[in-house]
Design a protein. Structure first.
Length: 217
């Protein structure tokens, strides 16, 4: 009878493929979510009440929704609206990006507010436009302040990618589940999955901690 270690080694290419998908989804969602959140955060901080309210409504709506429900929406409802299937990967990518953007927005908004208003006034006094002061003065400082929180949210995002099993997307946890059920090794394979998740998240959290210590200096 094959040992647990032999089973893991034999299934490693399949498991790594699932892990690669989880990491790819995390990366794409993080980039897309942060870019979208930057726009939403600027809208929330703008002097235009209508745009600020619209952005705030978006953020509050998605922050109040369970992620798994948002994934279901895009997998089952969007194809009915547009008349064709979106596909498991793209439905998950869109759902995660829209959901995470709401969380990233609050991080970015707090980061921008953490920069002294005097920085903006000083930039304006030197002749910089509002856009230039954002690009060259405020946002660089804001992103330095909020990078640890953005990275921490990225770790949470990686953990949340395990929810894509609801749309039959073969991420790491789904791949582990397939092997576990086919070989009848539920306990050992799920322990292996827990070890992998812990190792990745622990290393990432230590990196965030070290980065935060350097940023404080």
């Amino acid at each position: 009878m094959m040992s647990d270690l032999q089973l893991i080694l034999q299934s490693l290419p399949f498991l790594l493929e699932g892990l690669g998908l989880s990491l790819l989804l995390t990366l794409l969602v993080a980039v897309g979510g942060i870019l979208m959140a930057l726009v939403l955060a600027l809208l929330r901080l703008s002097g235009n009440r209508a745009l600020s309210t619209l952005a705030a409504t978006y953020v509050n709506f998605f922050r109040s929704m369970p992620l798994i429900l948002v994934i279901f929406w895009f997998f089952f409802l969007v194809p009915l609206v547009i008349g064709r299937p979106v596909g498991s990967f793209y439905s998950a990518l869109i759902a995660f990006t829209l959901f995470e953007a709401a969380h990233y927005t609050e991080i970015i908004r707090a980061g921008i507010l953490s920069v002294s208003r005097g920085q903006g006034w000083a930039a304006a006094a030197t002749g910089l436009t509002y856009g230039q002061s954002l690009r060259y003065v405020i946002l660089p400082q804001a992103f330095r302040n909020m990078t640890p929180l953005l990275l921490t949210q990225g770790i949470i995002l990686f953990q949340d990618t395990s929810l894509v099993f609801v749309v039959s997307l073969s991420d790491f946890l789904t791949s582990v589940t397939i092997v576990a059920r086919n070989e009848g090794r539920l306990v050992s394979m799920y322990i292996f999955a827990a070890v992998v998740y812990f190792a990745i998240c622990f290393v990432a959290s230590r990196f965030v901690h070290q980065f935060e210590k350097k940023a404080v200096r």
